[in-house]
Design a protein around this ligand. Structure first.
Ligand code: TXA
Ligand code: MG
Length: 347
């Protein structure tokens, strides 16, 4: 299949009238699969009401069929067609964070969506992205749009159209290039079907921010204990893994440098994921700075680009610095732990 490519300037007015957006939306209405930017990562969109369209997402990504998709909407009214009920806490969260990087799990309305989109669950995940291109494409299509991250399953999520092309060129109908995404990590997934809201996946909105709006917020036990079964089916899969094995390192600079040294003496090419502040203190074969340790949002924004960049080097192993489990640091560490398959080296 030839993949169409449209470049758009996300900052122009009345984006929805542009031919690139109209063409992309028309393909979505024809049950084709089209990638577009959101504020978190690029999404791979398809008509969420069509079995035919949504099955193309699973095929292009190589995604396991038991992993449900997030349904993206452009205005609040679309939600009423998808959900059986809207709890009070969800109302408050939508008011505070939509459009934005928060996905809310609701009880679903029967028959509203293709079965595959919810992987047969009684619930549905919905989000309204805060990106002018995503909103224009969805509203012009006039449909709820199922969209996982636009990477091949298991790979780091794409934060630029170039990443989408590297993974999916020839496998999907089109890519709308609206530049680099902002947040860089996926949305926070919060389950609002129980008494207190529970975070199933940490992401762009932090636990601290959520608690300011709805009070107590729980964490899926699987986020702390890798032996627990996660409530979000997608969280059980290995993700974001670069080609070379990765290890999280925790210790003094001297200890980390000595570790690198020993591995190099064994003939290994060693990559180091560190920060702008720390990079000059180390010697390794490939050193990639991932944002600034004093601004964790910059680490979030660069993380997937850096993980992909290691694949372009020929390192035999990647050592990664770690970050505090606070604010957006929780989401960064969740992704790094998955990328490293939970392998730690500690002083
Ligand atoms: O930022 C994002 O959320 C991006 C952009 C494109 O919007 N999308 C994204 O989708 O990250 P994906 O498919 O890569 O991750 C969706 C996660 C998976 O872990 C999936 O299992 C979970 O949401 N999920 C979807 N529906 C669910 C449901 N009904 N109950 C529990 N978890 C659900
Ligand atoms: Mg994904």
């Amino acid at each position: 299949m030839e993949t169409k490519y449209w470049l758009v300037d996300k900052d122009v007015d009345s984006l929805a009238t542009y031919p690139q957006i109209k063409e992309a939306a028309a393909l979505l209405r024809e049950n084709q699969v089209v990638a577009f930017p959101t504020e978190t990562v690029y999404g791979l969109g398809a008509n969420a009401t069509s079995e035919e369209a949504s099955s193309k997402i699973f095929a292009a990504k190589g995604r396991p069929a038991d992993n449900p998709l997030i349904v993206h909407i452009a205005d609040r009214e679309q939600l009423d067609d998808l959900t059986a009920s809207i709890p009070e806490q969800a109302e408050r969260l939508m008011e505070a964070f939509w459009p934005g990087p928060l996905t809310i799990i609701f009880m679903k309305k029967d028959q509203a969506l293709a079965r595959q989109v919810t992987a047969g669950l009684e619930t549905v995940a919905v989000r309204m992205p805060d990106h002018p291109v995503a909103l224009a494409v969805i509203s012009e299509a006039g449909l709820p749009i199922a969209a996982p991250s636009a990477n091949r399953s298991g790979k780091p999520s794409p934060t630029s159209a170039k990443h989408v092309q590297a993974d999916l060129d020839g496998l999907i109908a089109g890519i709308v290039d609206g530049g680099e995404t902002g947040v860089g990590l996926e949305s926070t997934v919060i389950d609002c079907t129980g008494k207190i809201p529970v975070i199933l996946r940490p992401g762009g909105v932090t636990k601290e921010e959520l608690e300011q709006v709805v009070g107590e917020v729980g964490l899926d036990p699987a986020l702390k204990d890798e032996l627990e079964k996660p409530k979000s089916p997608g969280m059980k899969y290995q993700h974001y893994a670069p080609d070379a094995p990765m290890y999280l390192v925790e210790g003094s600079r001297e200890w980390i440098q000595e570790l690198i040294h020993q591995q190099r003496k064994l003939g290994k090419k060693v990559g180091l994921l560190t920060t702008e502040e720390q990079m000059s203190f180390y010697q390794a074969d490939v050193i990639l700075p991932c944002g600034s340790e004093s601004k964790l949002e910059t680490v979030a924004r660069s993380l997937y680009e850096v993980l992909r960049a290691f694949n372009e080097s020929d390192v035999d192993m990647i050592l990664s610095e770690t970050f505090p489990y606070e604010g957006v640091g929780s989401a960064i560490m969740n992704r790094l732990e998955k990328a490293a398959g939970h392998r730690w080296l500690r002083e």
